[in-house]
Write a new protein. Sequence first.
Length: 144
Amino acid sequence: MIDIDIESLYKILCILETSNLLINYDSELSINDYKALRTIQSYSPHCPIQAIGKSLNITKSGATRFINRLEKSGLIKKYLSPNDGRVCCIVLTEKGNATHQKASNHCKNEIQKKLTNLNKEDTSQINNSLKYILLSINNNRNED
């Protein structure tokens, strides 16, 4: 059993969840659009459509409809996987990259605003803890 206050960490993650951070974001970008763009960016350069379905917890056909809408908006481009011609992949367009970057910057600025009252020592402790948490998560992800 780990000695981490999971409940507090969960509450922090809920507060900082994308949906809360994008509330005042003046764009036509929905929360699911942002999550999809973030997922595509993380899989770059070959993001299969099923990764979007998994990320948004929607069916394969739902993911296809969702992706078609993003493609119509000019945010993504579809192509066949170079590794497996049966798999349809997606990549962010220049507009999609710019939109993703702008929304990500907005989220980061909102987080920064929420943490402005922390002193230097607290900030250092939080940064060290976050590094260890991310390292642990990434190590576990690689083992799966």
